[in-house]
Each structure stands twice: as structure tokens, then as C-alpha cells.
Design a protein around this ligand. Structure first.
Ligand code: GDP
Length: 523
């Protein structure tokens, strides 16, 4: 049966997984894709593990790093819904793109390693989600191993992240003694490592098991009942509204590796995750169900192969439906462009799109037309979606052209890459030396590579390390003498003053010495 446009939009669920490396993002993603039938066997999400993408010439750096553009967006169907998972590269691949991807989703799934709790990268990504006020679902992973006490993890969520937690299910034991989960939402117990027909045991109205089940003989079962009783009485309140507002996160316990609790998680997620949400523009909100096509570009992936200069611009559709060859207006320039070549991301194949609507991501072939944050729209009205935020960089490099004769190319390259959003530009105060800022090391590598290949310029990069960047509310009070090795004064690309502090200590020392200077950070 053909779905109407509105039904199509309502069926979309677009999310990103936020986690620290090794928490189990790849493993969970693979299991989800398996449920959707999008891949045949686990182990195919990252080329790293199978070498599957080794033949792709799409992006040399990606190839070297064993990641693939095709894993940037994964799409699958489940239970009448079309699900888009947007990858958030981490570790050495962490970059501003990782943050910007979170601007393109309607919800997030946070994976936490039960033994490690909340880790650095999770915290960074969480903050961006919280700022956007999107619903966050929590999956506490690796219950098949001994980890922290579940109550301790719930408390950590509240204390470190400042979000209330609501246990959708509760573990019965852990590690070697992991028996399963008490599923408060489905009112059943899901048993770990039992035959399929014994997996789900229904709970009665009192929330207990009737009948003669082995699990009842375990003290861990009694303990779980007690814990759940406590949660019922003293736990946080869960409502769809509170979830939508980012006030509370539903918490699921499970084990991605043994595929335990993943399906239950997915099904509960689909009950509560929002469909594509309205988006703010400079002319009011655009609803996902509006028929006129619109979207914004949140990421541009350059091809590192010198023989293929093409790039892919990732566009989140915010309203309407994509049609091949459709003319769209680029808001920034007012130019009309034909969207002829594009790809969708169905699991591990780069298919061409036939049916993309609000909530979906399409990859548009780009010969240099687009910048990150650009709005494309199909109607007559020219409007722009809310600007993407600028993120506080943490890593800095001083950069110069190796060949002084190449200054022109050098500046052109830098300006274009900065405009495109690949890297952030700063200049030293008074002396105007160029300093580049990034949130991840990969951005510098991509910069260096593209300067050479696209602008024919070899650059010299001097690492000045990680810094804490702080902008200044009262710039008029800043004096030259405040700039030092440990509190370096620079200007951002808009000419705003920024202090780059060597570390936390240097920043506090500065604030003690100059209490009149009001510092603030971007995201
Ligand atoms: P990512 O870096 O977040 O993508 O993490 P991966 O999915 O690659 O997992 C990191 C490691 O943790 C791998 O060795 C996985 O096999 C392992 N792992 C993932 N999920 C589980 C789990 O539920 N239980 C256990 N014991 N190990 C897991």
C-alpha cells in the first residue's frame, strides 16, 4: 500500500548514538541493523573489522582509518518505521562534524558502559544534545560483565549530567550472575541466556511472577523486586512530555554483544521517540509535514583522492520530499541549483534515493557550491534555518605556507576551508599570525591534505597543543599585557577577542588576577 506523504514523515525516526569509544556503539548499531534486516551479518558496520570497504576510493583518509562514508548514515525499516542512525565519529575521528551531526537528529541514544559510567566524550556529546533539548534514551551496556551497581549509574546520570533518570527496565543480577531484566514497561521479565520460548515471563498486576519459575528461587530476583518497588515509590516520574523536553532520560539495561535487551530497547524507543520535529528558520517554524521541500547541510565530506575532487554534502530534509532533478534555492546566494545527483544511505550500500522525506538524510554531490549550515528550499520563499552553533575548539595549530610564493593560494585555501566549516580560523592579537582551531585532530589532517590537493599548497603546522578557549563579554577592558604564553590573546574569524588558556589552572589564575574580565565559552 502506498503511504501518503504525511504517513511517510510520521514513520521517520532519526537519531544519533552518543558514547565514548568502546562503550559498544558499533556492536549496538550492528544489532539494530540486523533487526531491520539491513545487513546480513554483524561485523559489517565498520570496515575496520572486515576490510569490506577497502576497495572504496571515496576518501583516502577514511580508508586509512578504516571508516567509511557509508557508515555516516544508516537506514533501516522496523515495525512500520523507517529509522535513520547518524554516525557520530569518535576518538581520532572526533571533529566538529561529530557535534554538528547532533543538529540533524530528533533524538539521541546514549550508550554507557556499565563498568565505566559516564566518560569524557559522552559528556561532551550529551551537553550538545541537552542544549538542543532533544530526547535522550540511555542504554547501559555490558551487563553480561560485572559493572557498577545500577542505582549508582542512575545517580551518576543525575549528578554528572543533570538529567533525571527513569529505569524502563532493571537488571536482575549482573556479570556471571546476570539473569535478565525486569521490564517495567512491558510488564514482563526477559531472561538472559534461555531458550526463546522461555525468554519472556509475564508479570501479574502486583508486578510479580505467578507460577513456578526457576528464576524465583534466586535471591537476585527478590532483590530486583525490592529495587523496582523502591523505584516505583521514590523514582522519577516519566512522561512523554518530560522526555520530549529533555528533563528525563529512560534507561535500559542490556548487553549489545549478546544481543540481550536490544530488541526490547528498540521497540520501546519506537514507542517514545519523536517523529521529525519542526525546525526554526529566520521566518518562523517549518513543520516536517509541510509539503514544500527544505533542508540544511550539516556536514561536507571531501574526497581525499586527488583524482576525485568531488565532495558529498549531507543534507537533513526538514520538510517535503526529495525528487531527483528538483530545482532548489540555495538561501545564502539566492542561486537555483538542480539536485540531480544524490545518494541515500541504506545500510552498507550507497544507493540512489528514490524516496526521501523529512527526517531522512541525503548525500548531495557537491562541486563546491555548499557550505555547512546552508539552507536549500524548493519553494519560492527564500528563508534560512537557524544557524548551526560554533563549537569551542580544543586543539590549536600555528600554520604558515611552506613556500612564501604561494601566499595567495594559501589564503584562498584557508578562507574557503574555514567558510566551509572544516576548521576554525584565529589570528594572534596585533601580529595576525594564523592559528587554526579544531575539536579533533582529524580536522587538521583533513585541512593539510586538502590544502595540498585542492590548493596546491604545502603547509607548515606547529602544534601549540590543547587550550581552553574563552570569549570575552567586556572586550573594552582587555589590555595587551594580559596576553601571555599561558593566556594567549587571539581574535576569531569575526574579530572577537578570545583567550587561549594553557590549562584550567592558568584560566583560574587569570580570573583571580583579572576578575573584571568576564569570560564565556561557546558550546
Ligand atoms: P564502540 O567503540 O563504541 O563502537 O565499541 P564497540 O561496539 O566496537 O565495542 C567495544 C568492545 O566492547 C568490543 O570488544 C565489543 O565486543 C565489546 N562489547 C560491546 N558490547 C558488549 C557487551 O554487551 N558485553 C561485553 N562483554 N562486551 C561488549
Amino acid at each position: 500500500m502506498d503511504m501518503t506523504f504525511i504517513d511517510e514523515v510520521k514513520s521517520r525516526r532519526t537519531f544519533a548514538i552518543i558514547s565514548h569509544p568502546d562503550a559498544g556503539k558499533t556492536t549496538l548499531t550492528e544489532q539494530l541493523l540486523l533487526f531491520g534486516g539491513a545487513i546480513r551479518a554483524a561485523g559489517t558496520v565498520k570496515g575496520k573489522k572486515t576490510g569490506k570497504y577497502a576497495t572504496s576510493d571515496w576518501m583516502e583518509i577514511e580508508k586509512q582509518r578504516g571508516i567509511s562514508v557509508t557508515s555516516s548514515v544508516m537506514q533501516f525499516d522496523y515495525s512500520g518505521k523507517r529509522i535513520n542512525i547518524l554516525d557520530t565519529p569518535g576518538h581520532q575521528d572526533f571533529s566538529e562534524d561529530t557535534y554538528r551531526t547532533l543538529m540533524a537528529v530528533d533524538s539521541a541514544v546514549m550508550i554507557i558502559d556499565a563498568a565505566k559510567g559516564i566518560e569524557a566524550q559522552t559528556l561532551k556529546l550529551f551537553k550538545v544534545c541537552k542544549m538542543r533539548g532533544i530526547p535522550i534514551f540511555t542504554f547501559v551496556n555490558k551487563l553480561d560483565r560485572q559493572g557498577r551497581e545500577p542505582l549508582e549509574i542512575m545517580e551518576e546520570l543525575e549528578e554528572v549530567l543533570g538529567i533525571e533518570s527513569y529505569a524502563m527496565n532493571w537488571p536482575i543480577g549482573m556479570g556471571k550472575e546476570f539473569l535478565g531484566i525486569y521490564d517495567r514497561y512491558h510488564k514482563r521479565i526477559e531472561q538472559f541466556r534461555v531458550e526463546d520460548d522461555k525468554r519472556f515471563l509475564p508479570l501479574n498486576d502486583e508486578g510479580e511472577l505467578d507460577g513456578d519459575y526457576e528464576i524465583k528461587n534466586s535471591s537476585l530476583y527478590d532483590q530486583a523486586l525490592e529495587d523496582v518497588l523502591l523505584l516505583n515509590e521514590a523514582g522519577n516520574e516519566f512522561t512523554t512530555d518530560r522526555l520530549q523536553n529533555g528533563e528525563v532520560t529512560p534507561v535500559f539495561f542490556g548487553s549489545a554483544l549478546t544481543n540481550f535487551g536490544v530488541q526490547t530497547f528498540l521497540e520501546t524507543y519506537l514507542q517514545f521517540a519523536p517523529m521529525p520535529q519542526p525546525r526554526k528558520t529566520d521566518q518562523g517554524e517549518v513543520a516536517a509535514t509541510e509539503e514544500e521541500f527544505s533542508g540544511f547541510i550539516f556536514k561536507i565530506q571531501a574526497n581525499m583522492n586527488p583524482a576525485h575532487r568531488d565532495r558529498i554534502a549531507f543534507l537533513r530534509i526538514c520538510s517535503g520530499q526529495f525528487e531527483r532533478g528538483m530545482p532548489v534555492q540555495l538561501s545564502r546566494t539566492g542561486k537555483t541549483i538542480k539536485l540531480s545527483s544524490s545518494t541515500s544511505f541504506l545500510a552498507d550500500d550507497r544507493n540512489t534515493v528514490d524516496n526521501a522525506v523529512s527526517g531522512d538524510i541525503i548525500g548531495i554531490h557537491d562541486t563546491g557550491n555548499y557550505q555547512i549550515g546552508d539552507t536549500l528550499s524548493g519553494g519560492k520563499k527564500n528563508f534560512a534555518f537557524e544557524k548551526l552553533p560554533q563549537f569551542t575548539p580544543e586543539l590549536f595549530m600555528r600554520v604558515t605556507a611552506k613556500n612564501v610564493m604561494k601566499q595567495k593560494h594559501f589564503h584562498k585555501g584557508i578562507n574557503q576551508l574555514v567558510q566551509e566549516g572544516a576548521i576554525q580560523l584565529y589570528k594572534t592579537y596585533r601580529t595576525d599570525e594564523i592559528i587554526l582551531g579544531a575539536v579533533g585532530q582529524l580536522q587538521f589532517e583533513v585541512f593539510e591534505h586538502r590544502m595540498k590537493n585542492e590548493y596546491n599548497t604545502d603547509v607548515m603546522m606547529e602544534n601549540i597543543g590543547s587550550k581552553i578557549a574563552r570569549w570575552i563579554e567586556n572586550e573594552e577592558d582587555v589590555k595587551d599585557a594580559m596576553s601571555s604564553q599561558r593566556s594567549m590573546l587571539v581574535k576569531d574569524r569575526y574579530g572577537k577577542l578570545v583567550f587561549l588558556f594553557e590549562n584550567d589552572f592558568a584560566m583560574r589564575w587569570f580570573s583571580d588576577k583579572h576578575p573584571e574580565i568576564k569570560l564565556y565559552s561557546l558550546l
